[in-house]
Design a protein around this ligand. Structure first.
Ligand SMILES: [Zn+2]
Length: 145
């Protein structure tokens, strides 16, 4: 399920023109969750949200994994990455906005709720009149539709 909405994460891998035949064969056999598209003269793979998230976390873990071949600069870089990653990973995990962008495929809400004024205000299970909820989350921002 692919959409051109720019808020969706995508992993893109370029293929050269020589590989076009291989790509066509693979395209015929690929699962419905993978899409191969032409983009700016090349080919790109588009991952679904779950695949992207898995790749993203795999990348972050690999960045933090020390190798026997690492020199002191690389070890220091991995340590700094890990220090920042723990902060970012928590922000990702807690973000209602990121969840809405990726899994609900919402566009970024840009109109501030007059009541909650752009501030996430917890979870409320009854429907509020202001219109800024996403499920039980009071986002502080109004939906576009
Ligand atoms: Zn509100």
């Amino acid at each position: 399920m692919y959409t051109d909405r720019p808020c969706l994460p995508q992993i893109r891998r370029r293929f050269s023109a020589q590989n076009e035949k291989v790509i066509e064969l693979f395209e015929q056999t690929q699962s419905s969750t993978h899409k191969l598209q032409r983009n700016r003269g090349g080919f790109v793979w588009t991952l679904n949200a779950e695949e992207f998230c898995e790749a993203f976390y795999t990348w972050a873990e690999a960045c933090q994994t020390e190798l026997p071949t690492d020199d002191e600069n690389q070890k220091q870089w991995r340590k700094e990455f890990a220090d920042h990653w723990s902060f970012i990973a928590l922000a990702i995990h807690k973000s209602c906005l990121l969840y809405r962008l990726i899994y609900a495929r919402e566009p970024l809400r840009t109109e501030m709720c007059p009541v909650h004024k752009g501030k996430w205000s917890g979870c409320v299970w009854e429907k509020l009149e202001c219109g800024c909820q996403f499920g039980s989350n009071v986002t502080g921002w109004l939906r576009k539709d």
